[in-house]
Each structure stands twice: as structure tokens, then as C-alpha cells.
Design a protein around this ligand. Structure first.
Ligand code: OOG
Ligand code: NI
Length: 453
């Protein structure tokens, strides 16, 4: 890379900061949420010096205050493929395939995020990106009308497109071009209070599925939430309720544990916002609910073996209350069922359930000859190396479905008989999605190799 180019990681950080500023002005409650999470995080760090030291050792402390994920929904393969190129300028690549149709949401998704330990440490910004599956709209005329509306819109500015092409052609962007790029890219994610369809069309789309209306009726794929990372989601959830936010009843994901795994999330309900519809002068003001707030706590990235156990236990807890149910005493059921998931790091590591990052301790650095030929587990046991949990950087389909559902209103449950269609998604994207397990495996292997470096 030429010395005059800024690193994609720096562009991503600028972009994440700009998104956060924009969303604060669009949804002031997001600002309140960020402050609440910051307060709880500093309390947790003050009360738990071991956790503070672990985050510092793992390059997670610095990124924490800026750490966010967002979500958008797009309508066409062309839009998705161009987003892929836009995110690549910022060092964000598609990881994972999520099929939400099984949960009654007519989309499939990926997450754009950085891939390497160094890039994640600088800024781990991720965007959960969904593609509407128009083929799941039953009404043929409405499907054709939606496709036509989507084909006409342009969600990227001309300057954004030109800068993407320039970055691809020249291999990067200068500082000044990077700043212009961030400003232009931001336009795609901005909220538009004026719909592009008239009110009757909006209602017809809404009837097909609220999500269809959300994607098809507007000029662009507005960012629908931006999520800060908390170190104690139970405390943050309680604080949300104290602040009068309409928090979701159930925290998605695993139960509270000594060793947090994967991802726990909760959200407050979508806001009802005034929308202007064309040809509706003097008519009732329309509204649309799409944007919401969310917080999350991240824990250990699980191996395929650990993930299979997680999926099995989650299903067990949900099915115990009637298929897929989170009603009744769900919290207690979840706790009880997850008692069979080991909850100390030595066991999790030794049973190959999670990924760890190894580093030499001072003692280890002072004894290179001992380190050279001892297995990692022996080094850890002897205090020559530490093994810290590698944080989960991805999403969970069942949780994502729960977040979608809670913002669609109760009556919106629909069953699609469609199957996952990863191939169609990747074809629309114009690339294969990266495998999350390979990424964690590589980060773990690199840390092991560096022990003997
Ligand atoms: C995305 C919902 C999923 C998460 O954190 O799992 C999500 C959406 O509503 O567009 O953001
Ligand atoms: Ni989210």
C-alpha cells in the first residue's frame, strides 16, 4: 500500500464515529443508552480488576468505548453487491450467512466486519446487513411493483460510487479522499422522513410484511439501530427500565454465567415516527416504526463443538415451554438447562469448546528455553502463559430473529416454508461469505505460534 493512503482501519473508525454522531441526532434515546452503558462499564471495570486486566491484555479495553454494531436492510442484489464494495474500502468483509425466513422474517443476512486481530483491536465496527427476499411476497402484483420501485432508486451518491471505484483502482484513499468518502458513505444510511410511495402503497406493502414496507418505501437503507457493548447486560437492562425505556422482556442468547459465552442482547422497542407521504397533503400524517435501540454483552467465541452444544441447549430451553417459546419461566429454564455447559475457562479450553488467545507472562518471557518445547496447556498451568477468551464478533440467528420480532409487533409472526438459500445470497453479494470459525481458529493459532516467536 502506498504511504500516501490511509489504512482502511482508520477509515472504518472515522465512519463508525460519524455514524454514531448521526444516530445520536436522529434518535436522541441512543445517546442516553450510550451514556448509561458507559457508566455501567466503568463501574464493572472498577469493581473487577481481573476483568480490566484481561481486557487490556487482549486489546479490548481501548476499543470498548467506541464499539458498536448497526443494522440495515436492502432490497436488491445490486444494492448488496455495492455495499460489499463500499464496506471493503473500510476493511469490512462479509462473515457468516443468517437465514431469518425460518423465523418468519423474509430476509437473509450477513455481517460486514474486520477479520484480523489487529483490525478488530483498532475498531471492530460491524453492520448486520439483510437482503429482502422478494420471492417470499405472495401477491404477485405487489411483488412486481416492489421490484420496480427498488430498481428505480439509487441508494449511493455519485461521489460515493466514484470514490469506491478510485479506491479499488488505486489500492486506497488519501486522507482527504477518505474524509470525503466517509461523508458520502454516510448519506446511504441516513433516515428519510419522506416516503417515496403513496400511503395506499405503503399500507399494501405493510400488509405483506412490515419489513417489506420498511425496505421498499424509502430512498435508502436507513440505519435502524446502533448497539454499544456493555460488560453487564443485566445491570444495563435494569437501568434501561429505570429510565423508562420500553425494554424487551427477554434477554436473547445464553443465560448469565461466570464465563460469558457468545452474545447476549436486549433492545427497546422501535419508535413510531412521523413520515410524509407524497400526494397526502392535508391527509392524516403517516407513521412508520423501524428504528430502535439495542445493547449487547459479548463473551467467548465457541468452537463448532461448543456452538453445537449451545444450539442444542437453547432449543431444549425454548421447547420446554412449547415450541420455540420464551414465555413463562423462560429465564429459569434457560439457567437450568445451561447448567450442563461448563462454566470455567480451564474446562472450556481443555474440552475444546471455545477459542483462546495465548500470551507469555513475565515468567514465560524470562524462560524461553522452557517455553520452547512445552505444550500450551502446560505453560498455562505453570504460569508461563495466559489463555484469554477470544471475544465473539458475530451474531446469533435465533437472537437476531427475536430482535426483529420484538420490533415488528406481536401479530407479525408468519411462517415461510422457504429454505435457507446461501447460494442465492452469495450470488447477489458477488462473493462468498467468510467462515467465522476459520477466523477464530486463525487468531488462536497465531497466538500459539507467537509464544515460540
Ligand atoms: C437486524 C436485527 C438483528 C442483531 O443484533 O442480532 C440484529 C434488523 O432488525 O435489521 O441487529
Ligand atoms: Ni443488532
Amino acid at each position: 500500500m502506498s504511504a500516501s493512503f490511509v489504512s482502511p482501519d482508520v477509515i472504518r473508525r472515522l465512519f463508525a464515529q460519524a455514524m454514531s454522531r448521526m444516530y445520536r441526532t436522529e434518535v436522541p434515546l441512543y445517546g442516553t443508552l450510550v451514556e448509561l452503558v458507559e457508566r455501567i462499564n466503568s463501574q464493572v471495570l472498577a469493581q473487577d480488576p481481573a476483568l480490566a486486566a484481561q481486557l487490556l491484555r487482549n486489546d479490548e479495553r481501548a476499543r470498548l468505548d467506541e464499539e458498536r454494531h448497526g443494522a440495515i436492510r436492502v432490497g436488491t442484489p445490486q444494492e448488496l453487491a455495492t455495499l460489499r464494495r463500499l464496506f471493503a474500502v473500510m476493511g469490512m468483509y462479509p462473515v457468516g450467512y443468517y437465514d431469518l425466513s425460518v423465523a418468519g422474517v423474509p430476509v437473509h443476512s450477513t455481517a460486514f466486519r474486520p477479520l484480523t486481530a489487529a483490525a478488530l483491536a483498532l475498531n471492530p465496527f460491524r453492520v448486520f446487513t439483510s437482503l429482502l427476499r422478494l420471492e417470499l411476497i405472495e401477491d404477485e402484483a405487489l411483488r412486481a411493483q416492489s421490484a420496480e420501485i427498488l430498481a428505480r432508486r439509487r441508494i449511493f451518491t455519485d461521489d460515493a460510487l466514484a470514490l469506491i471505484e478510485q479506491a479499488e483502482r488505486e489500492g486506497g484513499l488519501s486522507q482527504a479522499d477518505a474524509e470525503r468518502f466517509v461523508k458520502q458513505a454516510l448519506e446511504t444510511f441516513r433516515w428519510h422522513g419522506d416516503a417515496t410511495v403513496d400511503l395506499p402503497t405503503y399500507h399494501a406493502l405493510h400488509k405483506a410484511h412490515r419489513l417489506v414496507a420498511d425496505v421498499v418505501s424509502f430512498r435508502g437503507p436507513h440505519i435502524n439501530h446502533l448497539t454499544p457493548r456493555t460488560l453487564d447486560i443485566d445491570a444495563a437492562q435494569a437501568a434501561m427500565i429505570e429510565h423508562g425505556m420500553a425494554a424487551k422482556a427477554v434477554i436473547e442468547g445464553p443465560p448469565r454465567r461466570a464465563c460469558p459465552i457468545l452474545l447476549r442482547q436486549t433492545s427497546f422497542k422501535a419508535l413510531e415516527e412521523a413520515v410524509h407521504f407524497p400526494d397526502n397533503e392535508g391527509g392524516d400524517a403517516g407513521t412508520h416504526t423501524a428504528r430502535f435501540g439495542e445493547i449487547e454483552q459479548r463473551g467467548l467465541a465457541l468452537t463448532a463443538k461448543g456452538r453445537a452444544l449451545y444450539d442444542q441447549l437453547l432449543t431444549q430451553a425454548r421447547d420446554a415451554g412449547g415450541a420455540g417459546s420464551t414465555g413463562g419461566d423462560y429465564g429459569q429454564r434457560l439457567q437450568a438447562v445451561f447448567a450442563s455447559f461448563p462454566d470455567d475457562h480451564d474446562t472450556l479450553r481443555q474440552e475444546g469448546l471455545g477459542y483462546y488467545r495465548y500470551q507469555l507472562t513475565d515468567a514465560g518471557r524470562a524462560a524461553p528455553e522452557r517455553v520452547a518445547d512445552l505444550p500450551a496447556e502446560v505453560l498455562v498451568a505453570a504460569g508461563l502463559a495466559t489463555a484469554d477468551p477470544i471475544v465473539y464478533e458475530d451474531f446469533l440467528p435465533v437472537s437476531a430473529a427475536g430482535i426483529f420480532q420484538s420490533n415488528l409487533g406481536g401479530g407479525e409472526q408468519r411462517a415461510y416454508t422457504a429454505h435457507a438459500n446461501r447460494e442465492a445470497f452469495e450470488q447477489a453479494l458477488g462473493a462468498a461469505v467468510n467462515d467465522e470459525f476459520e477466523i477464530y481458529e486463525r487468531i488462536q493459532a497465531e497466538s500459539l505460534a507467537a509464544l515460540r516467536g
